[in-house]
Design a protein around this ligand. Structure first.
Ligand SMILES: Cc1ncc(COP(=O)(O)O)c(C=O)c1O
Length: 497
């Protein structure tokens, strides 16, 4: 009989595999005397039993190897998760970030001992300024949403100064305009900073409705937040007019650069009129994304907002690099302990240096080409609400499948797992019913894209011939259809009570 232990789909918890007395290591005897421990740690905080699982090293290795094989990642398969840029991350960037010169330094070391990393930060800031058109950057924000918050804090500081010096007609600018396609973090950041969100509609081409925007702006406009290309994967064709409209009203423009993979080296947000922008290094700059971080959301600013950047900032005096606080008295202060997720920044720096200016442009061109290829292959089989050239991603809909066969976007996403693909983002953006948001990225081959298209086409045919097969998917994964609402509402990560 075949030993199916290695393909056991029902891998027990490590605690369930525990057997008293088994060990995976031999620890040396404690060199702190028992009574000393009791002096250092109060008795009621000491435990006699730790209740840890007891297993041999081999059991532990097999357990975690099997679990890792059930996982899905960019290294194991195609991952077209819209708005997440799940591209391949070259391993050389990991090697560079793991060099002892980067990993064995401490943020409290004096500047003269860490000139290397300071020089890297200084240079990376210059490169990002050239790439996106800004005058300065902060690397403190640890994610895109954190970058949004930081930027809004600077916008608020700017308006307060304008009002205090009598330069602004409105004392209370507290409205941030966002389109109805905006990412959920945008209005959330607006609330966190104490502003209010005003939503403007998208038009039939997926652009901001200019008439609606013109009605929305006024003396209370603090700014507008826009991702361009937007979450429909479409470049707003009226961006210059949008910028002019918001600026004329006295507001500032914020660029949510989470979708910058489509425009690298092709157009610069600052040139389009955006005063401030964040970029997700954990998307565009090849840091692994997902699994809870760490990420980085550096924020670039033009001259209007530069005085408000978080401190400390890296500066150069003569040939020395320093962290400076004193040179920036109008700063909003710190937004992160120390200087940000430096390791992520090192990876992004290595990625940028290895590609160079031309390589970055290739990234954007190939990301856009791949997305348009897949979109055009699929549009005969799935409803395409905005039929125009897309950028790095596109949104199709399961509307036809739902109307005719009762099959929803969620069912199609689950069925893709049976074909070995990670599903696209679903039900976002909210303005497209039964949305499937697909971002192929630039690192995938034509063979992979074709295999994905074949799977999507095959699923569209299954919806006609055997809708139940799709509605009950997945059939081949270690766990079948999950109750996702229960998993989110009744999160229980304890193995016993
Ligand atoms: C358009 C857009 N804006 C902002 C964010 C927020 O970025 P983060 O998840 O790093 O906070 C995302 C993340 O997916 C996004 O897609």
């Amino acid at each position: 009989m075949a030993n199916d232990e290695s393909i056991n789909h029902d891998e027990p918890l490590i605690f369930e595999k525990s057997s008293p007395g088994r060990k995976a290591c031999s620890l040396p005897a404690a060199d702190v005397p028992e009574q000393k421990i009791e002096e250092l740690i109060p008795r009621d905080l000491l435990r006699d039993e730790l209740n840890l699982p007891e297993l041999s090293e081999l059991d532990v290795v097999r357990h975690f190897t099997r679990l890792s094989q059930k996982n899905f990642g960019v290294d194991s398969g195609f991952y077209p998760l819209g708005s997440c840029s799940m591209k391949y991350n070259p391993k050389v960037n990991e090697d560079i970030a793991g060099m002892p010169g980067f990993t064995e330094i401490h943020p409290l070391q004096p500047a003269e001992q860490v000139q290397g990393i300071l020089e890297l930060l200084y240079n990376f800031e210059k490169y990002l300024c050239a790439l996106f058109g800004y005058d300065a950057f902060t690397f403190q924000p640890a994610a895109g949403a954190h970058g949004e918050l930081t930027a809004l804090m600077m916008i608020k500081a700017y308006h307060s100064e304008q009002a205090a010096s009598g330069k602004s007609s409105a004392e209370h600018r507290n409205i941030i305009i966002v389109p109805d396609s905006s990412h959920g973090t945008n209005p959330a950041s607006v609330s966190m900073v104490g502003y209010q969100t005003k939503v403007v509609k998208s038009n039939g081409r997926g652009n901001i409705d200019m008439a609606d925007l013109k009605q929305a702006v006024g003396e209370d406009t603090a700014g507008l937040m826009l991702t361009n290309p937007n979450t429909l994967g479409l470049f707003d064709e009226h961006i210059l007019e949008i910028a002019e409209t918001v600026h004329k009203a006295g507001g500032l423009l914020y660029y949510d650069g989470a979708n910058a993979n489509a425009t690298l080296g092709i157009c610069r947000p600052a040139d389009l009129g955006f005063d401030v922008a964040h970029f997700n290094l954990h998307k565009t700059f090849s840091t692994p994304h997902g699994g809870g971080g760490p990420g980085a959301g550096p924020v670039g600013v033009n001259k209007k907002l530069e005085p408000f950047l978080p401190v400390p900032r890296v500066i150069k005096k003569g040939s020395d690099f320093l962290f400076s606080i004193v040179d920036f008295p109008r700063s909003i202060g710190r937004v992160h302990g120390f200087h940000g997720n430096i390791n992520v920044i090192v990876k992004a720096y290595a990625y940028l240096r290895s590609l160079g200016a031309e390589g970055l442009k290739d990234v954007a061109e190939n990301a856009v080409l791949n997305a348009n290829y897949v979109m055009n292959r699929l549009k005969e089989y799935y409803y395409l609400p905005y039929d125009r050239t897309c950028q790095h991603e596109f949104v199709i809909s399961a509307k036809w499948q739902k109307e005719k066969y009762g099959v929803k976007a969620l069912d199609i996403a689950k069925r893709l797992l049976d074909y070995g693909f990670h599903p696209p983002t679903i039900y976002f953006p909210l303005i497209v019913e039964e949305a499937l948001m697909i971002e192929p990225t630039e690192t995938e081959s034509k063979e992979t894209l074709d295999a994905f298209c074949e799977a999507m086409i095959s699923i569209a045919k299954e919806c006609e011939t055997n809708p139940d097969l799709v509605k009950k998917a997945p059939h081949t994964t270690p766990v079948k259809r999950l109750d996702e609402a229960k998993a989110a509402r009744e999160l229980n990560l304890r193995w016993s009570n």
